[in-house]
Ligand binder design. Structure first.
Ligand code: PLP
Length: 274
């Protein structure tokens, strides 16, 4: 069984769990590379700080790691998803104080991302579905992902890898499953996520590595015009690392302007190097 719920090999979780009832929980999606949990510390830190923000009792990190390692013990390349919910019960929306959180770990095969995407870049489109502005939930990787589900169902053309999402004021925020970076005159720019969006583990790593490599980084409000006039674009998440964008709508970009030393540094850290 490739599934552990509260430490037991089972695929059964109560329908009364608040994760199912209200999306009351958080998740992490972690790459397993060469049998190792890539960027484990960063994922755990985000999970713990998300639990703190939502007032969910956080799982104990050493126990979580032991469960995760047991689950991936026969895997070289895979995806580990961890879901933590507030647990079962509470009348209506109001959570009781003494709830036991639920912990779900499951391992799935590595997705079939064509190697070509890394070399030749991906195509991205603009989504009509917008992201609601809500600073109280901004940056969290919480379980309410309906905006992404609706946005991702806007297109079925397999040639289009990602959709760009704007907030309800028209600011550029992120992709349906990734964060966005622009390169403009040698600057690395990524949208500010104070009002909505997911603060990706990979986004955080890229910002840190860029600073170490003396690549200037700006975190700021980004418009569609900024995206269209950028020299280069790339998307990021914990599974894909950095993927260059070849074209967005009718605009093409210069893949060569993505700093190769940044891509190499990300690959190295993802695989366990420093
Ligand atoms: C909406 C959204 N934004 C950003 C990300 C990137 O997050 P991470 O770098 O932690 O994988 C994801 C990843 O699934 C996502 O779904």
């Amino acid at each position: 069984m490739n599934l552990l719920i509260n430490g037991k090999q089972t695929d059964q979780l109560s329908v009364l769990d608040r994760g199912i009832q209200y999306g009351d929980g958080l998740f992490e999606t972690i790459a397993v590379i060469d049998g190792r949990l890539s960027l484990w510390e960063r994922h755990v830190q985000r999970l713990l700080s998300g639990c703190k923000r939502l007032g969910i009792t956080a799982p104990e990190p050493a126990g979580l790691l032991a469960e995760a390692e047991a689950l991936i013990s026969h895997q070289q390349r895979a995806v580990l998803k961890i879901v933590v919910t507030r647990g079962i019960g509470g009348r209506g929306y109001r959570p009781s104080k003494d709830l036991q959180p639920s912990r779900v770990l499951y391992c799935t095969p590595w997705p079939d991302y064509p190697e070509e995407c890394r070399k030749k870049g991906i195509l991205m489109r603009l989504c009509a579905t917008g992201l609601g502005i809500n600073p109280a939930l901004a940056q969290l990787k919480h379980l309410n992902r309906l905006e992404q589900v609706v946005a991702r169902s806007e297109w079925s053309d397999p040639a289009i890898f990602e959709g760009l999402m704007l907030d309800s004021d028209g600011r550029v925020i992120e992709g349906t499953m990734s964060n966005l970076f622009l390169i403009k005159k040698g600057l690395l720019i990524t949208p500010d996520l104070q009002r909505c969006g997911v603060a990706g583990v990979m986004r955080g790593l890229i910002i840190e590595l860029a600073a170490k490599l003396n690549i200037p980084v700006l975190i700021e409000s980004v418009s569609l015009d900024d995206v269209k006039s950028a020299d280069a674009l790339f998307i990021s998440n914990s599974l894909i690392g950095i993927l260059p964008v070849k074209a967005f709508s009718s605009q093409s970009y210069c893949l060569e302007l993505i700093p190769p030393e940044l891509v190499r540094a990300v690959d190295r850290v993802m695989s366990g190097g420093s």
